[in-house]
Design a binder for this molecule. Structure first.
Ligand code: UFG
Length: 330
């Protein structure tokens, strides 16, 4: 089977490509390298550099390759940036997806798995969050991801395009080989920022708010290992290849950790003092986000295998301590 991975040079995309190749699939990657990294591209994947908004480019890829299914990661994903530059998100995330779906239909490729997010829910009414809970995004990023889901829903009605939307909670960790990991510019995510302290790249980690209604006052998140996310994409492609209907799944461990707990675990894993300083709340941060992933477990047969926070942070530490400046291609 040949799988086209749009955004296969990015963080979650590259980890998914590694798992697909391990499983024996043929992989074609399309990535603009705007945020992705050429060094994250698996040597056994076929790589096309280009933007999914470029219809001629994408048509050429579909003409040349015999694609059975698409996994779509190619999107901008910074919440803060999406509030400052919303139209960038509409253009890349929505227009890009529109072009991709058009080309897929023109080539009779009608199966797609794509990255959605916990940000589609906005401020949750309860935790753990179920897929049927209210979706009211509080930022442009989440809004564009929800609109991508809706675009696929109506494209299914009209053209029979089958999709699986995977709503990730907090993706983290790195591949067991230590060859690929997280490298964002700018970095905004908690675990890589914490690990910059023992690497001597940052004086202290700022804790964004300690007056939330949680056990220690800091925000609670559901941290999920990137390889477990990657495996869910593979199961979702299988699910569609078997002729199943379009669907939406949460992906998380169902366990929440506070920011302070994550910092404490990082101290234990690295064996280093990690200085933390209290800071103002970050705008738009919900107090708690915890997934119910029962549906993914029951319907897809998904089973997270790296749910332990220490193991997750240890895998991230293996990557960051050997690549303190990331891929160094930016
Ligand atoms: N945090 C800090 N200090 C930092 C960075 C983060 O205290 O320097 C806190 C945040 O306030 C938050 C937690 O650590 O409580 C996790 O923050 P991240 O930025 O790592 O992740 P988010 O939960 O904000 O974002 C994740 C995904 C987004 C997605 C969002 C859904 O990374 O793509 O969940 O709400 F949109």
């Amino acid at each position: 089977m040949t799988v086209l991975v749009c955004g296969g040079a990015g963080y979650i995309g590259s980890h998914t490509v590694y798992e697909l190749i391990d499983k024996g699939d043929d992989v074609v990657i399309v990535d603009s390298l705007e945020t992705g990294h050429i060094k994250a591209v698996h040597k056994d994947a076929k790589f096309y550099k280009g933007d999914i908004r470029d219809k001629e480019f994408l048509t050429n890829v579909f003409d040349k390759e015999n694609i059975d299914a698409v996994i779509h990661f190619a999107a901008n994903s910074l919440v803060g940036e999406s509030m400052v530059n919303p139209l960038k998100y509409y253009d890349n995330n929505l227009y890009g997806t529109k072009v991709l779906l058009e080309v897929m239909i023109e080539h009779d490729v009608k199966k797609i798995v794509f990255s959605s997010t916990a940000a589609t829910y906005g401020e949750p009414e309860r935790v753990p969050i179920l897929e049927t809970d209210k979706t009211e995004p509080t930022n442009t990023y989440g809004e564009t991801k929800l609109s991508m889901e809706k675009m696929m829903k109506w494209t299914d009605v009209a053209h029979g395009l089958k999709y699986v939307a995977l709503r990730y909670f907090n993706a983290c960790g790195a591949h067991k080989s230590g060859e690929i990991g997280e490298d964002h510019h700018p970095e905004t995510h908690l675990i890589p920022l914490i690990l910059q302290v023992p690497l001597g790249k940052r004086e202290a980690i700022s804790v964004f708010g300690n007056d939330y209604d949680t056990k220690d006052g800091t925000c609670i998140r559901d941290y999920i290992h990137v390889t477990d996310l990657a495996q869910a994409h593979i199961l979702a492609v299988d699910y569609l290849m078997k002729g199943n209907e379009s669907n939406v799944f949460n992906l998380g461990n169902g366990v929440g950790f506070t920011v302070n707990e994550v910092i404490e675990t990082a101290r234990k894993v690295t064996g280093k003092e990690i200085k933390a300083v209290m800071a103002e709340r970050r705008a738009g941060d919900p107090a708690q986000l915890i997934a119910s992933s029962e549906k993914a477990k029951t319907v897809l047969g998904w089973k997270p295998e790296h749910a332990d926070l220490e193991e997750i942070i240890a895998s991230a530490w293996k990557w960051h301590s050997t690549h303190p400046d990331g891929y160094m291609d930016k």
